[in-house]
Design a protein around this ligand. Structure first.
Ligand code: ADP
Ligand code: ZN
Ligand code: ZN
Length: 816
């Protein structure tokens, strides 16, 4: 008897055994996909991990449907890594497999198939079976895999669908199609020979008889003088009321020359390609130290202040690994940052750079997957967010984790709830690769690991071109309110500075850690605050849409005209968000363009890029945003950064609140004065003497770190204790209360460790499900594996109690 052991893409803890023929037994390699029946009538794409001859004891092994691949699509590194993730993060191997592999490679009976209307299909290129599917899709808009099984009267159809996918005939429903390409803006500048006083005279002389052209040139000068910005063709034709053809004539005459700014492609121009980096002395030293550190340590932290040119150091390092023929993985905390980085990297590595992340559609993802699998030249360097970790690397030499402190590296829902930085380190060790973490504000854990010699440490303390760090000024809001120096949410100090900076032709970034107009709408008569009916949270007022909205479940209603409790029409708002700031600015600076970057404005595949493009090309003057601003964006014309209210982050109920406030304020400040000039930062706060704010001003990471360490030790938090958080959810309040109490007691009795809870989180009900959390603290010297075993046993017993079985329990290891 011959068997194959497979992983199913379902939340199942174990691998499953299926029966195969002798020929199949010798053909199957680990990492090949196998279509298998499971449950009553479903078919899934499973992954082979082993062939063997051991008959399962507990069940009758079913036969496979068929082998999908000719050669493996996943390798042994991946499979080993996925099992590690499942074990460490306490989830099922099926969940890891399902999230690791692009879903188009995992067709299953429930998958919905649609016809790709954008593609011309050559019918002659379709096989008979493929044609039948194609024809069926002509008649019906969508089909399930099961329908197709019926149409073809075959049980093995997944390979047929794979081929149709590859030919672009069909696509899978979950894909949202979007077409935005980062914008290519056409600019003009005066030809060098005219760009001076004499040249201009001469030019106007030659254009004496071409009135309209002359006018355009004059307008160009006016614009240039007043805005000090690059001038787009659109802008020029509007102000000069000139048609495009007049501008074109001037370009043809070589009065103007045209150029394009800011898309990933423009940077790809040949002129930019060969650009060599000349590292500064400090950067060179850092690079050498990193290489030295790698001789004894697998993982090293590059602790470099904002704008020290860490990326340049990475690039030089990447070159060395590519020369050795090895693959490089570059992880970023935020998908939206990839566009900026890709264009920077393509200048050096041309087409060897590939991008992989969850906003990519299935075809793009499969393409990169295959390139990495085949060690193609086109994917020598892979840039991506978390999920790029799952690609089929064969020979990874270097992993870069930029902005390693970012909390977005941790996946929260669904499982696997992994931390990409930590998971990358494990992956790197499997490949005998080196791992470089980079940050201007390292996480406490990472810095701790350098102190205890687990990681190497390399510092880069000066900014590139030795620009000074921005000057930070504190504004005391209490005092400003008392002396009536506030206009809306702006102190006179901040307003003056904004005005100055804008007059200089520079840009401004304003940070407010809340979106919407105001988090609370309150009745002045009875004090009623509208709440979400599905969640225990008040509704946030969004003025532009005239709505009040729940930020947890998306529930929204029109803004009430009167109080729903007492009918009073006197409603007021409390607190403020980015939308309000934008509206206030639009009144204060009506001739300036103000854009906003938060979760409301960055939807869609390129929502974020559009905003960054607009700010980078200086189409807009002021950028207002939430913490999205803090993530390593590189702008070169920002004269001022304003933090409107530092207090709400400092008093966030979370043991990391101070660490994060320091990181956020330091990172946002780092966006100011990037090129040759020192920038300025203004922090508005009610607590000007707060120690964290003082440390931000002095850029004193170490003293923040030391203070935090003491607190963490006293209150039993990371890096001294590991945290495992259990989240229990149910619609029935009492059942949940009893169940979480039972589990808490049981854990407390069996673990002999600090167990906290069951606690009601700040938002205790979301989407009509009540929530309770239990926190387990595990000191560093405890054996983590045995603790996890005890927790699993507890969860099994919990599951065996029929009244609790319907309570959902999520496990989050290294809860952030
Ligand atoms: P960090 O990531 O450390 O904040 P960046 O790598 O974004 O800093 O560098 C800041 C700016 O300085 C970028 O615009 C970058 O192109 C420029 N820069 C840094 N080092 C060099 C170098 N050696 N040569 C040319 N430009 C550099
Ligand atoms: Zn009322
Ligand atoms: Zn809600």
């Amino acid at each position: 008897m011959f068997f194959v052991e497979v992983i199913l893409p379902l939340a199942l803890d174990k691998t499953f055994t299926y029966q195969v023929s002798e020929a199949e037994f010798y053909f199957i390699k680990p990492g090949m996909r196998i279509a298998v029946p499971f449950g009553k009538s479903k078919v899934y794409t499973a992954l082979a991990v082993e062939v063997h001859q051991n008959k399962p004891l507990l069940y009758e092994a079913k036969e496979i449907h068929e082998i999908i691949d000719e050669k493996p699509i996943a390798n042994h590194y991946q499979i080993k890594h996925w099992f590690w993730i499942a074990e460490y993060y306490m989830c099922s191997i099926g969940e890891v497999y399902k999230s690791a592999v692009p879903s188009a490679l995992l067709l299953e009976s429930e998958t919905i198939i649609l016809k790709n209307k954008e593609n011309e299909v050559l019918k002659s290129e379709l096989s008979d079976d493929e044609f039948l599917v194609y024809e069926a899709l002509e008649k019906q808009n969508s089909l399930k895999v099961q329908d197709i099984i019926a149409i073809l009267n075959k049980k093995t159809i997944l390979p047929i669908l794979q081929k149709l996918l590859a030919k672009g005939v069909i696509y899978l429903q979950e894909e949202v199609k979007e077409n935005y390409k980062p914008k290519l803006i056409r600019f003009v500048r005066l030809h060098q020979q005219y760009d001076n006083e004499n040249g201009l005279k001469e030019l106007l002389e030659t254009l004496k008889n071409a009135h309209k052209q002359r006018e355009v040139v004059l307008k160009y000068f006016q614009l240039k003088a007043s805005t000090k910005k690059p001038i787009s063709v659109k802008q020029l034709s509007e102000t000069a009321e000139a048609s495009n053809s007049i501008i074109k004539a001037l370009i043809d005459k070589e009065v103007f020359e045209e150029y394009f700014l800011q898309t990933d492609r423009t940077d790809f121009l040949a002129e930019n390609l060969q650009k060599e980096i000349i590292l500064s002395h400090a950067q060179n030293k850092a690079l050498e130290e990193i290489k030295q550190s790698f001789e004894t340590k697998n993982t090293t932290l590059l602790f470099g202040v904002t704008s020290s040119g860490k990326t340049e150091v990475y690039i030089e390092l990447i070159k060395e690994y590519l020369q050795k023929g090895r693959q490089v993985l570059y992880l970023l905390p935020e998908i939206a940052l990839t566009t900026q980085l890709v264009s920077r990297l393509r200048k050096h590595f041309g087409n060897e750079v590939a991008v992989y992340h969850s906003k990519y559609n299935q075809n793009e993802r499969i393409e990169v997957w295959n390139q990495v699998l085949n060690q193609s030249e086109k994917a020598k360097v892979v840039i991506g967010a978390r999920s790029a970790l799952f690609l089929p690397f064969q020979d990874l030499g270097l992993i870069l984790v930029d902005e390693e402190y970012e909390q977005t590296f941790k996946q929260h829902d669904p499982a696997p709830r992994y931390h990409a930085r930590d998971t990358a380190i494990v992956l790197g060790e499997m490949h005998k690769a080196k791992i470089l973490l980079g940050s201007a504000t390292p996480s406490i854990e990472t810095y701790f690991n350098t102190e205890n010699q687990k990681f190497g440490l390399v510092e880069l303390t000066e900014r590139y071109q030795k620009t000074e760090l921005p000057k930070i000024e504190i504004v005391d809001l209490k005092d400003k309110h008392f002396r009536k120096k506030m206009t809306g949410h702006f102190s006179d100090t901040l307003l003056e500075e904004i005005t100055n900076v804008l007059e200089n032709g520079e840009q401004v970034i304003l940070f407010q850690n809340r979106r919407g107009f105001a988090p609370i709408l309150e009745c002045l008569t009875c004090g009623h605050i509208p709440q979400c009916p599905n969640c225990d949270v008040s509704l946030t007022y969004h003025k532009q849409k005239s709505q009040i909205r729940c930020h947890y479940c998306g529930y929204a209603i029109a803004k009430p005209m009167h109080c729903h409790a007492c009918q009073s029409v006197e409603l007021t708002t409390k607190g403020f968000g980015t939308e309000q700031i934008q509206l206030e600015l639009e009144e204060l600076f009506s001739d300036k363009k103000i854009i906003r970057m938060d979760r409301d404005t960055t939807g869609g595949k390129f929502g974020y890029e559009k905003i960054i493009d607009s700010f980078k090309t200086r189409e807009s003057d002021i950028l207002v945003g939430t913490q999205m601003l803090a993530k390593g964006l590189d702008f070169d014309n920002v004269g001022l950064v304003g933090i409107l209210n530092a207090d709400n982050m400092l008093y966030h109920p979370d043991f990391r609140a101070f660490e994060r406030s320091f990181q956020l304020m330091t990172q946002v400040s780092g966006r100011a004065g990037r090129s040759e000039k020192q920038g300025k930062v203004i922090i508005q706060t009610y607590n000007p003497t707060h120690p964290i704010i003082q440390k931000v001003i002095k850029n004193d990471y170490l003293s923040m770190y030391k203070q935090e360490l003491t607190e963490r030790q006293t209150f039993e938090y990371p890096p001294y204790f590991r945290l495992i958080k259990l989240t229990l959810k149910h619609r029935d309040f009492e059942k949940l209360r009893d169940g979480s109490m039972w589990l808490y007691q049981s854990l407390k009795n069996t673990l002999g460790l600090p167990v906290l809870g069951p606690e009601e989180p700040p938002v205790g009900r979301i989407r009509n499900e009540y929530i309770r959390t239990i926190l387990i603290k595990i000191p560093n010297n405890k054996n983590l594996k045995s603790v996890k075993e005890i927790i699993s046993k507890n969860l099994n017993s919990f599951d065996a109690i029929s009244q609790f079985r319907s309570i959902k329990v999520g496990i989050n290891v290294d809860f952030y």
